[in-house]
Ligand binder design. Structure first.
Ligand code: B12
Length: 501
């Protein structure tokens, strides 16, 4: 029986269930292929330990080793591949989003024998059945020094795939490590083409191979998702929350209506999902509320229409955004807003428009990230053309929450650091929140600080803000404060700590 060993580098970043590996493993097992996984994650007890990996590889003796690689993890995948090549000769294959976004960049590394571009289920099955990559669609390989990229096959019919293989992961360990939060995906794809995301690139790649983008957005039937939820609740314990990672869970209203009726019948565990401000109405809010949605998340990304339009290719007005949040709040839904700072071409006034928009819509919580130029995306090209990427720093970052690799100029870089460190303060000060005066006077002081003074004062200011927040809490006034993780601001009137992640 053929045997594959998957390796999933997930180091120094958010713990995650890799849906891609679980779908592929489900299909391979259905074809009597043995699958194994090394989930390299220091938080789950498997740090980057090459000796341990060597012991596992030599005891499993796979016919092929398949890495699932995101861009932030590429450097670790390459490091592991170079170590493995010293003691094991089986072909090494890199699949996942990074090789899809940068196939040639991935093949530069001679330790990578084969790459998979796009969806891997059928390609990897064919490779394990045939034994060599030539003429297998979606694969890339080398002949002598020449890199050959085979054309892409159509998007897979996800409703025909065998059930996901949950057993390849220590899934109960992951549930407990994520405090009972379980990720699900009810669809693949997104109709929008935001420049910082992967979807526009995937659609372009498949279109260049004759596969129309309209076939990209696919959804599982409601019954399939309900079956999966029942499977998880039957086989695993301590599940507190389901989180749908679909780009837009609310895209199809008929589907959502059916889901909202059937979901309540199988569980009263809450769920979290992504919606879209331009396609969010009262029906959608009602279906979510009825189904037991605990948090509905919206991508705002920037409060500047100039940046949204010219840099992010996101066509919505602040009005669209405010309407969506008002509807959600009217239906008693807890909202979450995603925003980014340090965006290409972003100026002080753009960053403050993001702060002011948050202060106006008053989401239940907001989560900020530092723009990361992912290779292969349009936003990467925009940032590169503007000479705003620090290419040394980009290699060092493991996620897009700790630090930025963008260089927007000294004044903007300093403001990015100030807002990143005191996002809640800026929203509290720029909004018509209860204690705005105190917050605003502090903001004005901060805005006038040069980098040296800011560096000296940063920690003192943290302590001072803590004192103001405490006072606000005692008076029962409304303000935002950092909660659950260091890049999330939560409204002070939000009490339900079960929604921690
Ligand atoms: C689910 C999800 C997560 C999950 C799990 C991620 C994972 N797979 O590792 C969690 C919540 C943990 C997560 C965390 C993060 N994520 Co995330 N996440 C997603 C999301 C929403 C869906 C990905 C997915 O599961 N798709 C469905 C599956 C079936 O498709 P797939 O993963 O692409 O797998 C298919 C192919 O790629 C291929 N394939 C995949 N692996 C392999 C392996 C082999 C051997 C082969 C042959 C083929 C193959 O076949 C699979 C089946 O067809 C995407 C957005 C999106 N729409 O894609 C962002 C995304 C993948 N995340 C992203 C990022 C940046 C992160 C974080 C760094 C964010 C942070 N917090 O800082 C962390 C880091 C996690 C890490 N691993 O280090 C970026 C990645 C960009 C890039 N170029 O790398 C994306 C694309 C978001 C974006 N819009 O840019 N994420």
């Amino acid at each position: 029986m053929k045997k594959i060993l998957f390796i999933y580098p997930n180091l120094y970043a958010q713990i995650g269930f890799n849906y891609g590996i679980s779908y592929i493993s489900g299909l391979l097992k259905a074809h009597n292929i043995e699958t194994h996984l090394l989930n390299i994650n220091e938080k789950l007890g498997y740090p980057l330990d090459h000796e341990r990996i060597k012991r596992d590889v030599l005891s499993i003796k796979p016919d092929i080793i398949g890495f699932s690689v995101l861009t932030n993890q590429f450097k670790y995948a390459m490091e592991m591949a170079s170590h493995i090549k010293q003691y094991y000769s089986a072909p090494i294959l890199f699949g996942g989003i990074h090789p899809t976004m940068d196939p040639h960049g991935t093949m530069i590394d001679k330790n990578v024998d084969v790459i998979c571009i796009g969806e891997g289920e059928e390609a990897i099955l064919e490779l394990l059945q045939k034994g060599a990559p030539a003429s297998i669609k979606n694969l890339g390989y080398r002949i002598d020094d020449k890199i050959i990229l085979e054309p892409l096959r159509p998007f897979i019919d996800i409703n025909k795939l065998p059930f996901k293989d949950y057993t390849i992961f220590d899934f109960q360990q992951m549930i407990d490590a994520k405090d009972g939060w379980v990720g699900l995906m009810a669809s693949r794809g997104c109709p929008f083409r935001c420049t910082y995301c992967l979807n526009h690139k995937i659609m372009k790649l498949y279109k260049e191979n004759g596969h129309l983008p309209k076939y990209y957005l696919r959804r599982y039937s409601v019954d399939q998702i309900i079956y999966e939820i029942e499977y998880i609740l039957k086989h695993y314990k301590r599940v507190k929350m389901f989180i749908f990672n679909d780009d837009i869970f609310t895209f199809d209203k008929a589907w959502l209506k059916e889901f909202s009726e059937k979901y309540r019948e199988v569980t009263n565990i809450g769920f979290v999902c992504n919606a879209h401000a331009r396609i969010f109405d009262e029906d959608t809010a009602a279906y979510l509320k009825n189904a037991g949605c605990k948090i509905v998340k919206f991508g705002l990304e920037s409060g500047s229409n100039r940046i949204r339009k010219n840099v992010l290719n996101r066509h919505m007005t602040n009005n669209d955004i405010e309407n969506a949040f008002n509807i959600a709040h009217r239906f008693g839904l807890h909202t979450s807003a995603f925003v980014m700072i340090g965006l290409p071409h972003e100026k002080k006034e753009d960053m403050l428009e993001t702060v002011k928009l948050l202060a106006r819509i008053k989401p239940g919580r907001f989560r900020w990230s530092l723009f990361f130029p992912f290779i292969g995306t349009r936003a990467y090209d925009i940032a590169k053309e503007a000479n705003q990427i620090d290419f040394k720093k980009i290699q060092e970052l493991d996620n897009f929450t700790d630090d930025t690799c963008m260089d927007l100029g000294e004044e903007e870089n300093l403001l990015v650091d100030k807002i990143k460190s005191q996002f809640c303060l800026f929203v509290n000060g720029y909004g018509n929140m209860d204690g705005k005066e105190k917050y605003l006077s502090l903001i004005k002081k901060i805005e006038n600080m040069d980098r040296a003074l800011w560096g000296r004062e940063k920690e003192k200011i943290k302590a001072y803000v803590y004192e103001i927040d405490k006072e606000m809490k005692e008076k029962g006034l409304l303000y935002y404060t950092v909660k659950y993780n260091p890049f999330m601001g939560v409204r002070s009137d939000w009490e339900d700590d079960s929604l921690s992640s």
